[in-house]
Design a protein. Structure first.
Length: 282
């Protein structure tokens, strides 16, 4: 019996000593590995923070892009409102201003590989065939668009088929813009008696039902006198070599001007508008 007790005591003592050694070993091991664990935690936290920062930035960028689209659309609606407030009462204005008057479109591809002035655009619903729509790049005129065979074709300012009605200078002398190259257009059919100068600003008139009024087009850099009218060579604002996104003017409110001042101007633009449509279809 005594032998069994002695044996049990010895085993217990040995077990206790081994347990204490194990505890000391674990404590030592923990101390050794502590810096490694700290480095791992720092790395993990840093990676998590960077990932969250990147995710937040990506979400913020998407949000800002969406806000930019809405703000730019709002800007064009405000331009439309300001232009019309000068001519209409509020009750008449409400009939023409709608949220879908300006639509965002995106370039799909060039129509021809060797022609950078003709593009295909994403095709919003409910666009009329053979109607000419204005294209705005940021805040300036960039070209026209025509829907044919269920495709929306963009004709940029650098294309001679790109034609629309304009006003020149503070006195708003009328003329018809026609594309020459990526930075140049010519404004034809300006009344011969018009006083226009180098540096005059050119804007859309809105009388041809293509653009909103007063969208910037370019600046006069040369004036030529023809037999029956003047021609202005202008430097355009739009960057037509990078045709990524545009705003398409779906509907233009009716423009009304003082008859005594504008009758001949409107008649000239009606004739010019018919010529534009005829040329654009060919």
């Amino acid at each position: 019996m005594n032998k069994k007790i002695i044996f049990t005591v010895v085993i217990s003592v040995i077990a206790l000593l081994l347990f204490q050694k194990e505890e000391r070993f674990q404590e030592s091991f923990s101390k050794v590995t502590l810096p490694i664990k700290e480095m791992y935690l720092d790395f993990a936290n840093s990676t998590t923070q960077k990932f969250e920062k990147y995710t937040n930035q990506a979400e913020r960028i998407d949000q800002l892009k969406a806000e930019n689209v809405l703000l730019r659309k709002y800007l064009y609606q405000q331009k439309m409102t300001i232009n019309q407030l000068e001519q209409y009462s509020h009750s008449k204005l409400e009939k023409y201003i709608h949220d879908d008057n300006v639509l965002q479109v995106q370039t799909i591809s060039y129509k021809k590989i060797n022609d950078f002035s003709n593009i295909y655009l994403t095709n919003p619903k409910h666009l009329k065939n053979d109607k000419i729509y204005g294209l705005i790049q940021k805040n300036v005129a960039a070209g026209i668009a025509i829907k044919k065979d269920n495709l929306l074709e963009g004709i940029l300012l650098s294309n001679e088929k790109c034609q629309f009605s304009t006003f020149i200078g503070k006195k708003k002398m009328p003329g018809i813009a026609k594309g020459i190259d990526e930075k140049t257009m010519e404004i034809n059919f300006i009344p011969k008696w018009s006083k226009i100068s180098i540096g005059d600003k050119v804007v859309t008139s809105g009388l041809d039902n293509i653009f909103l009024a007063n969208i910037p087009v370019g600046t006069v850099k040369k004036v030529l006198t023809r037999s029956t009218y003047k021609t202005a060579i202008i430097q355009t604002y739009a960057n037509v070599l990078h045709p990524e996104y545009f705003y398409l003017v779906k509907k233009v409110p009716i423009q009304v001007y003082d008859i005594n001042q504008s009758k001949s101007m409107i008649e000239n633009n009606k004739t010019a508008s018919k010529a534009i449509k005829k040329r654009s279809r060919h």
